[in-house]
Design a protein around this ligand. Sequence first.
Ligand SMILES: [Fe+2]
Length: 261
Amino acid sequence: MWNYKKISDGLNKNGYFVIKNYLSSKDLNIIKKSLIDSLNYIQPSKEKNLQKKYYEIKKFNKKLKGNWYDISKYNIDLLKTLHKNEMIEFVKKYFDSKVVYSGRPAIHVHDKTNDRNLLPHQETNQFAAYTLGLWIPIFDTNEKTGGLTVYEKSHAEGFFKHSLTPPPSFKKKKLWTNKFTNIDEKIYKKYRKRNLSIKKGDGVIFISSLIHSSFKNTDKKSVRIVITERFNPLKKLPYLQNVKAPMKIPYVGVDLNKIRD
Ligand SMILES: [Fe+2]
């Protein structure tokens, strides 16, 4: 049984809370097997190790590897484990809302190229202003494999201005997205930066206003695979209050601190 009070207190104090064994080893095996089966559908082999299989398929065909990544977030077993009853009940209690939406289930894959690491940002572009994020690595994450960086207690001052323009140091890099959301260095420098080491299957729950980013994978053989979701309550949700509001609150141009019920 989850101790809702302990989790809420942790979230309110630090902006995040780690749930041990959010996924059981059985859940983890089902997800990994499912991901390998899909990679084997692209090109079969005897490889049983998901990380090795990933690099094998990346070498075989980059586009199909990308397609695997895109379709994996619709994998039913993955959705089932992300949308655990305790988590849904916790979100309802935390926000005092009887309704919760799935904001964006996703799978994140960071390999040795580190070309998809994210700069410090808060979780925006959701249905509601305040949401709870969930981040679950399916392999252990640590200083070598890279992982999730949090800026402790940065959740307490509401939302900062975001930009979709990468900072000057990123100018020459080829980016995979044109929505490269980030906040000014002057803002996040004020907070204590912590690179989290999270064991496989443990889940990090975080408040959307917590500044977070990715840190680098330096182990060439490793690939970090993480499943995530954003739980959106029926609170501070402009789409159901304003006919002009888009379903998701835009990354820029809207002050999330001004959205009220
Ligand atoms: Fe994020």
